[in-house]
Design a protein around this ligand. Structure first.
Ligand code: ADE
Length: 229
């Protein structure tokens, strides 16, 4: 069955954007997944289709109205997880991507301005996720990132080679470095072991490189790696 993504946004033209290209774009054409985009403005209040208002308690910016957001959610909700990308969310990880890929699909609610009225989040038990410790102008780019990470995991999207690679990141280590022809370029050579034809030695070298680079760059991942638990 087709994996369904529904996106609620004030900027529908931002979709599918990059997801219409390459791996995700081909999978979209092959109906491995589907994308429907609803303009939250269509659920706005009154002649001016108002979607936001000033924050109670004062302060800068505007808050997206709970009644408007909830009406937009109601138009697509069917039991799929409802995800709200926000820098206040828990960190989105590969494990989340795998969990969403294993389900029927997802509803993504993109916030702009100062974000959603808290009651809209709680009324639908939205899952709040952050794609990293930086602030984007809205949830749309985060939604695109999240969808890309999920869609590539859907059955039939990637070849067997990439699938196997996937498991290595899931094992909690960064990837070893890659090399291809020419064997010498600009005075730079390739590690001898990779030209040796000794598959066991290559595997051992790659494992050691993965461990070293993970230790150096991501001590947090190294400390939490599965073989350490
Ligand atoms: N919206 C704005 N910034 C974000 C972030 N870092 N992650 C998810 N959603 C966001």
């Amino acid at each position: 069955m087709t994996w369904r993504a529904s996106v609620l946004t004030l900027f529908p033209d931002m979709f599918p954007g990059p997801l219409g290209q390459s791996l995700a774009g081909r999978a979209l054409q092959e109906t491995i997944w589907s994308l429907d985009v609803a303009d939250i403005r269509n659920f706005g209040i009154g002649k001016h289709r108002k979607v936001d208002d000033t924050p109670f308690g004062g302060g800068a910016g505007m808050v997206m109205r709970a009644d408007v957001v909830d009406a937009a959610v109601a138009s697509v909700a069917d039991g799929r997880p409802i995800v709200y990308p926000t820098p206040r969310g828990r960190r989105f990880t590969q494990a989340d991507a795998q969990r969403f890929a294993a389900g029927n699909g997802i509803v993504l609610v993109c916030g702009r301005y100062e974000g959603l009225d808290q009651r809209a989040i709680e009324a639908r038990s939205m899952e709040e996720v952050s794609i990293g410790d930086y602030v984007l102008s809205g949830g749309e780019l985060a939604a695109l990132v999240l969808l890309d990470s999920v869609v590539r995991l859907l059955p039939g999207v990637m070849g067997a080679a990439e699938s196997a690679e996937e498991e290595s990141f899931s094992a909690g280590l960064l990837e070893y470095p890659h090399f291809t022809r020419p064997a010498e370029w600009a005075g730079r050579t390739v590690p001898d072991v990779l030209l040796s034809g000794n598959h066991a030695a290559v595997a051992a070298w790659r494992q050691a490189e993965s461990e070293q680079i993970t230790m150096q760059r991501r001590p947090d991942l190294w400390a939490a790696r599965p073989s350490n638990l």
